[in-house]
Design a protein around this ligand. Structure first.
Ligand SMILES: [Ca+2]
Ligand SMILES: [Ca+2]
Ligand SMILES: [Ca+2]
Ligand SMILES: [Ca+2]
Length: 543
């Protein structure tokens, strides 16, 4: 509308200009001009259109209309409960502004959640999977969802989920993997990836600065010996991801955890999967496999491991000799034994040509007083002494925990901090590590989720909004005091009236973000096999 009006104005203006030029030329040639009285101009008043709109989280006092030139109108921006007014699209930050109509005006009021920068991007997804439940499971509390960042591009990786209620893995089709892309308008675009990226269910993932890997645990069916999936590698390049399968069919495994590192001295990234399946990157861009074909590993000559094979480990070169050590923690050891609530370090032994244990401690038992099972490990320097430390996520039937082990500098570690949540209070799916408040200390940001689909007292709770649904982010944010001890963020209540089953935290331009999906599974359109979803993103600036 506005553009059309502008064009008409331009054409009129041009005609006037052309006419003026012609009459100027004529002036000199004509000596006698018969003056005719100019007709009185009709009493017309120019009118302009005012368009007022409101972004997510508020309303405006007027939608605008068509008014005489010079009319003055006051418009007000009114935030909804739990939101605040940010600015008008013309830059004004006063919620009440006086508009004088001298041209067509279109103006939008922008709101945000209290203390949060909020974006919502809506999509109508046409289901690319064979079953309805696969698409819903892919978007709902999928443990494989994460944000990968490379060359200033943000990728929201949403690995496909197959119906784990199926009983036979071989006949259960994989779910298609989605990737969402972020730009100035939020997570405004997505793609459905090719079959190489399809998965049963991704439990863990790892990455380096060039690529990420997904570990498919494929927990389909009652017999865990049949739980075999693939390690899928994705290499993003300017919004295109090239996908490959790291293992062969024979090398499939229970890839509940996977880690990227360098376990030999060739600087080519290597990959370790559950069951001590070693994939050494080779010169041809492929992988040389060393390990057992047994699901959990069995007798394996490349590592001396005296405990049950772990489901959580990480590769990291603690002593700076160019070769990564293997950090691992126990999953199913008997409580009260020296094996439970344990962390171990295995280092490659050049003479014996295998990884050998150099450190083991189960001292977190003193911190927790209950048996917990490690699900992921991350290595970072939490007390800024130049030595990298260990953070471990654990779970048991009552809830989830995390703990910090400080590096003593000699490949030994001492646990100094732990936190356990009861599932109905707050539930998490492990954590990410980055400096969320820009104070130079690395923080622990938990990945919040429901308690088995049920609300929790923090994160998801009915009292957070009038419609019985709400979300609180405070308990996700654990700020490091610089010694490797952590305090929950409490400067401000981070509450919104939204509802989601899971959020993934990431850092962008120094601002902490959480991203997830909001949708109602019962709104699935069976006729068109489609589902309306919103990608919701909270920017929480706590600097
Ligand atoms: Ca290597
Ligand atoms: Ca080393
Ligand atoms: Ca340290
Ligand atoms: Ca910090």
């Amino acid at each position: 509308m506005k553009k059309a009006l502008l064009s008409i104005t331009l054409v009129t203006l041009l005609s006037v200009l052309i006419y003026s030029c012609s009459s100027d030329d004529d002036d000199s040639a004509v000596s006698i001009v018969i003056q005719t009285p100019t007709p009185e101009p009709e009493e017309t008043t120019t009118q302009y259109t005012l368009t007022v709109s409101a972004g997510d989280g508020g309303s405006v006092s007027s939608e605008g209309g068509t008014y005489d030139s010079g009319t003055q109108i006051t418009i007000n921006a009114n935030p909804d409960n739990k939101y605040q007014f940010v600015s008008w699209s013309n830059g004004s930050t006063d919620p009440s502004i006086l508009i004088t109509l001298a041209e067509d005006i279109s103006i939008t009021a922008n709101f945000r959640l209290n203390g949060m920068i909020f974006t919502r991007n809506s999509f109508n997804i046409i289901n690319p999977n064979q079953r309805k439940i696969d698409l819903i499971s892919t978007l709902d509390a999928n443990p494989g969802i994460f944000v990968y960042q490379k060359n200033n591009f943000n990728y929201l990786i949403v690995p496909g989920v197959s119906d784990i209620g199926q009983t036979i893995r071989e006949t259960s089709p994989k779910g298609k993997t989605f990737v969402f892309y972020k730009d100035n308008n939020g997570w405004s675009d997505y793609s459905i990836e090719n079959d190489l990226a399809s998965t049963w269910v991704i439990r863990n993932f790892d990455s380096n600065s060039d690529f990420f890997i997904l570990g498919d645990a494929n927990e389909i069916g009652d017999d865990w010996r049949n739980w075999k999936g693939d390690i899928i590698k994705g290499t993003p390049n300017e919004r295109q991801i090239s996908w490959e399968r790291v293992n062969s069919i024979e090398q499939m495994g229970f890839y509940h955890d996977v880690s990227v590192g360098n376990m030999n001295s060739d600087d080519i990234p290597d990959i370790l999967g559950v069951g001590f399946k070693f994939f050494f990157g080779n010169d041809n861009g492929g992988y040389d496999f060393i390990g057992s074909q047994d699901v959990y590993g069995g007798d394996d000559a490349f590592i001396d491991y005296r405990f049950n094979p772990p489901l959580a480990f990480e590769l990291y070169d603690f002593d700076g000799d160019g070769l990564d050590e293997i950090v691992s923690a126990d999953y199913r050891e008997s409580y009260g034994t020296q094996e439970s609530n344990r962390v171990s370090i295995h280092e490659f032994n050049m003479e014996e040509k295998k990884f050998k244990e150099v450190f083991t401690s189960n001292s977190p038992t003193e911190l927790f007083n209950e048996d917990l099972h490690a699900t992921s490990i991350q290595v970072y320097d939490f007390n800024n002494d130049g030595n990298s430390d260990i953070a471990v996520a654990r779970e048991n039937s009552s809830g989830e925990s995390f703990e910090i082990w400080i590096n003593n500098g000699d490949l030994t570690f001492t646990p100094i901090f732990s936190k356990k949540f009861e599932c109905n209070q707050f539930n998490m799916l492990e954590f990410e590590v980055f400096d969320a408040n820009s104070d130079g200390n690395l923080d622990i940001i938990l990945r919040p989720q429901t308690c088995g689909g049920q609300p929790t007292e923090s994160f998801l709770y009915s009292s957070y909004s009038e419609n019985g649904r709400g979300l609180k982010l405070n308990d996700c944010i654990w700020l490091n005091d610089g010694t490797g001890n952590f305090n929950v963020y409490s400067d401000k209540e981070l509450i919104s009236p939204l509802w989601t089953s899971y959020l993934f935290p990431y850092l962008e331009n120094g601002v902490l973000h959480f991203v997830g999906f909001e949708f109602e599974s019962y709104e699935y359109d069976d006729e068109n096999n489609s589902l309306k979803i919103d990608v919701i993103d909270f920017g929480v600036d706590i600097r």
